[in-house]
Design a protein around this ligand. Structure first.
Ligand SMILES: [Zn+2]
Ligand SMILES: [Zn+2]
Length: 414
């Protein structure tokens, strides 16, 4: 379920509610568009109820929110699940292990330097917390089953803080006013917390073309914005707006929509995959190896838009195997029927081992090698592929990749 965040407009101060996954903030009062930039995950807190002792400094406990697809490759194949969870990031007897439905039920506030509270630090590494989330969703190898790989492809990884207040020797949940932690019994835990860290600050950047100053176009959940004036594209990265040279495989006159893929070229030394021919051989594809395939570096084609896990794997596998059928790509010039890019490169690159597993005709040649199969010499491009309208589906005519329209629509809401 969508998490809503309440936020003041940096221009006019008006209160705006936006979805946690949105990186663009469009103010309905003054019309100004801003792009949210931060060096790490976004941080929010649950708004507390006014207490009797209002001037008291609140202590905040961190929870990690993960929403996305979790995949597991094991002896029995690939399993996956859509996971939406919050997990405690600071282990302390008395704290709830998860925030349950509370983040969905109330509007979260974005954490900023004006919050005078003290914040407990994560006491466990993020991967450990994610693994626990996967376990709770029954995505672990059951007794004796070999697990070769786990992947977390997130739509949202963020921190949500639970406010607590001290009352006598107890820490009280400042939202529900219930007792949580008996401090006399837990005096060995570091409960002082630290103040807001300036590295957590979210910056609001104007969505103006850094090259010509024109206003950039793009929807609120979109990660690539285009400038109609100077014909450039800009990626909303961690550091701000970065120019991205997009490519396109031009379609025929029946093209109804262009969907973007992260074309990630890489070597996988552990599997002796350097070229596209190597990939086709290692994964035992039942086709004759083309003469030029040895000169073609292996590229993984990962959808740059959100999809349910099954369709995500199918689409990436189909296009990766049949990439040799695609026409040559060329420079992208602004077009009206481009579907928004909603999956960042940092998430797409988590999918390489999964695609190896999903395309493997015989598991034994690939699965046991996955733990050591690190990708090297990675380069990435964003390439738009043409799709035609087939009533209920979008069809990529050269590769035969099919995406149901309903699934693409749902991906926007994921
Ligand atoms: Zn405003
Ligand atoms: Zn421009």
């Amino acid at each position: 379920m969508e998490i809503r965040v309440e936020q003041s407009c940096p221009q006019c101060g008006g209160k705006i509610t936006l979805a946690a996954t949105h990186r663009l903030l469009t103010c309905p009062y003054c019309g100004v568009k801003n792009f949210l930039q931060s060096n790490g995950p976004f941080r929010y807190f649950l708004p507390h109820k006014p207490g009797t002792n209002e001037e008291q400094t609140l202590l905040y406990a961190p929870y990690l929110r993960f929403k996305g697809n979790v995949f597991l490759v094991s002896e029995t194949g690939i399993s996956y699940r859509i996971v939406d969870t919050t997990q405690e990031g600071f282990s302390l007897p008395g704290l709830p292990p998860s925030l349950g439905l509370r983040p969905q039920a109330m509007k979260l506030q974005r954490l900023n330097a004006e919050n005078p509270g003290r914040f407990l630090r994560l006491s466990r590494e993020v991967p450990v917390i994610l693994e626990k989330a996967a376990r709770l969703n029954n995505l672990t190898g059951k007794g004796g089953k070999n697990v070769y790989h786990r992947a977390y492809i997130g739509e949202d990884v963020s921190y949500i803080y639970l406010p607590m207040r001290r009352k006598n020797s107890f820490l009280i949940d400042a939202v529900t006013n219930t007792e949580l932690v008996d401090c006399t019994k837990n005096s060995s835990y570091p409960l002082k917390g630290s103040a807001f860290n300036s590295r957590w600050q979210v910056n609001f950047l104007a969505t103006l073309c850094p090259r010509c100053g024109w206003s950039l176009d793009g929807e609120d959940d979109c990660l690539v914005l285009s400038c109609q004036n100077c014909d450039t594209n800009w990626y909303l990265g961690r550091k701000g707006l970065e120019q991205i040279h997009c490519r396109i495989v031009p379609g025929g006159s029946d093209t109804a929509l262009y969907l973007a893929f992260w074309k990630i070229s890489a070597h996988i030394p552990a599997l002796k995959i350097w070229s596209f021919a190597d990939f086709m051989e290692r994964t035992n594809q039942p086709v004759l190896i083309g003469r030029l395939w040895k000169e073609r570096v292996m590229s993984f084609w990962i959808p740059a838009f959100k999809l349910r896990p099954k369709t995500f794997l199918q689409t990436a596998s189909r296009v990766s195997i049949d990439q040799w059928l695609l026409a040559k790509d060329q420079d992208l010039h602004t077009l009206p029927n481009l579907y928004p890019v909603t999956l960042p490169f940092t998430e797409a690159r988590q999918a390489l081992k999964l695609i190896l597993a999903a395309t493997a005709v015989s598991r034994n040649g690939i699965f046991p090698h996955l733990p050591g199969a690190q990708a090297e010499n990675i380069t990435a491009k964003l390439v738009y592929l043409p799709f035609i309208d087939r009533k209920h589906d979008w069809l990529q005519p050269r590769t035969g990749s099919v995406i149901a329209k309903s699934v693409l629509q749902l991906g926007r809401l994921l």
